[in-house]
Write a protein that binds this ligand. Sequence first.
Ligand code: C2E
Ligand code: MG
Ligand code: MG
Length: 718
Amino acid sequence: MAEEDGYRDRLRRFATIWSRAVFPVTSTPLTRPEFEERLLPLARRLSEALRARVFDAEEGRAVGAALVDAHCTDPEALSRTLDCVDAYLVLYCGGDVAPQEDLRARSARLQHAMAAGYARALRERTLSEQEAIAQAALQAQGVVAQALHASEARFRAVFEGAAIGIGIADLEGNILQVNGALVRMFGGSEQGVRGRRVMDWAHPEDAPQVWRLYEELVRGERDHYHVEKPFYRPDGTVLWTNLTVSLLRDADGNPQYQLALMEDTTERRLLNLRLRYEATHDALTGLPNRTLFFERLEKALNAGEGQAFGLCYLDLDGFKTINDSLGHAAGDRLLVEVADRLQACATAPGEMVARLGGDEFVALTTGPRARSEVDELAARIMNALGTPVRIDGRELTVRGSIGIVEGPASGERSAAEVLRSADITMYRAKSAGGNRFEVADPEADARAITRHGLTTALPTALENGEFFIEYQPLVHLGDGSVRGAEALVRWLHPQHGVLGPDRFIPLAEHTGLIVPLGRWVLEQSVRQAKEWRERNGGNGAGRAADPLRINVNLSPCQLTHPGLVQDTVEILERAGVAPDALCLEVTESALIGADDDLLKPLRRLAEMGVDIALDDFGTGYSNLANLRRLPVSVLKLDRSFTQGMQQFPADPVDLKIVEGIVSLAHSLKLTVTVEGVETGAQAEQLRLLGCDTAQGWYYARPGPPERLHELTLVDATG
Ligand code: C2E
Ligand code: MG
Ligand code: MG
């Protein structure tokens, strides 16, 4: 019950915010609270669509259309509505019915559907209004004719009271009479309109047939015509109209006057331009988006003889970490800054920059010398990214990887092919360590493992049993005994051989496959732990060994998946393994800024006895004081700290940092594990600094499960 009340309150708050944003730009006779009541059912429809078990974006269309019905036809009303839905819908109405990322994706699709529904309703309304005007024109024609013949007074009333602009001119084009509505359309001054001649109103954007139709009408060869026509107002601004001109004849049927009826369509036209702009530009950075970029690239590729193109495909290195650890708002600001810098790099004619989505940008150069210019463009971009970006008082270093494709504009390659090649090349730059650019090479393209190819193969890979797990021992620094192992998943790809997790985990996260894959890894690893524990129960050397434990990595998406706690409990129970045999590793960046909702499942697991480790500690930008809030019992120091201890003696500053972290961790009753120990010297140094356990090639590379058993036996006997 309380939950339902809470939902209702949040829905109401969303409707309030929405109505406050849109009311000022709406021409409605309602008061603001009445207007809010009008929006409330629309808010409920959006919310229900967002939370529905089966998602249907059609609701968004209906809501968009309903906005037009509610007179929200000002160009600003749609844009404010979309901003408001984007910022608040998931926040107030999402709850925990689905992972946040899914909800955000749904919200984005709803917004698209709303914009589409809105545009369509507006178009339909315009059409029906035009029809009404045409009707009015015919009627007015009849009325005016009668009035001219009979009652001047009645004609006056119709003429002055009409909501559309009406003007009468003689057949030479001298304007004789105009009504108040028409004067208002032209800015309110009668002098600006009356006494002028129709021909003065030519406009450079007049459709070609306009003046031909006019001539036919005044010659008496046609009775009316209908066009869309711009006019200059006396102040120089432009008025767009739907214009209907009719010929008035005298009682004998001779042409006598011309009657113009006009409707002001300026705002609607602006809205249409704006909608086109929004459909082709990225809302965050204002850069052209994928759609517009494709249009331009297509054109550039077919420019013909003597012309060429050069394309830079840029992906930021490590953007996800920044986004995860500093929050989306900071990530957004970084993207805006990057967009500004890129734009400053491509200002020459024939150059353009666009955002394809996420942290992916493209820069295009065209013209006869594009093939040689593209290298300079890439160098300018790398240089522009070189200066750190200041956000929230932090200096962030931005790096990027660029894939370059260039060639003649002879139309032999499609835009999609060129972009694919650029993407593959960018990935090659990234695999080579990032922060560099590479030039496309058709042979490498053919061999390349594409993200797209891997993504589509992922689901069947799980069904076909192409994944396997390697285990890397965790060793106690004090006595050198093996305490457990970390499970690291690999993919034995039928064509590409063994692929490491860095190749496919991000793709599995993106597609949601990470949830079943993660569950499979957990199942396998827990079963493996059970086997070790049985074999290792009494290790035969007389001393009671600590039972072996298993560490399993969790992705951020798994954290927000509602089944996490229950799945884990079931897996442990089915295998008959105690919760304290399991340690779940969560990266530091996934927990920074986490709210209580996100921490709840981890807290429940920790209460049951499952250990939670903070993985890759020291790579995010977390606040150490925050650690005590988290249900964490182990810190895994990132490999970068260990790398700083390559030589003996190691860098004293590094040592001080590690010493500080260890003592802080111990005072919070956290155990410290170090990763990436490759030499005995490092191991010794880390032991002296007080670290508890270690993992790395010095002890063992990740390997098959039997290897661990050999290690523990060697240790026990040796
Ligand atoms: P991680 O959890 O930080 O795992 C440690 C990584 O360091 C592993 O890379 C391991 O092979 C590597 N490593 C271990 N000792 C050394 C050493 O002495 N020197 C060096 N240079 N490297 C060492 P791997 O296997 O490529 O895994 C990469 C990351 O993939 C993991 O980082 C983890 O975040 C993720 N991952 C692996 N398995 C899974 C999984 O089942 N689920 C999820 N969600 N993520 C996984
Ligand atoms: Mg790990
Ligand atoms: Mg790690």
